[in-house]
Unconditional design. Sequence first.
Length: 114
Amino acid sequence: MTHYPQVSPAEIDASIARARQLRSEFISGVAHELTRALVRRYRRRKITRHLRDLPDYLLRDIGIERRQIPLLAAVKLERQPSALARAVKKGLAVIAFTQRAVDSANDEHRKLAA
């Protein structure tokens, strides 16, 4: 005869609570990924529409052929951060800005003194 371990009601309740939490996290993750996919699709279509609306001479100016538009719209487009954005991220922007302001004020003071 097989002996099964006894499970307390508290353990059952804890297991049910954990299962509900996992279900909630799964549904939340699926919803998040679905939303991201819809946003990507919207952006791709918007980029495609804008590029297709451009005349051929403008496309040539920016180095794009009309047949490349779907490929360009499908590629992940990322903006490169500016030097200021990189400095802010590193916490150096305030120091650089303050130093430039001090240098500028000193230059103005020297000009006025001369």
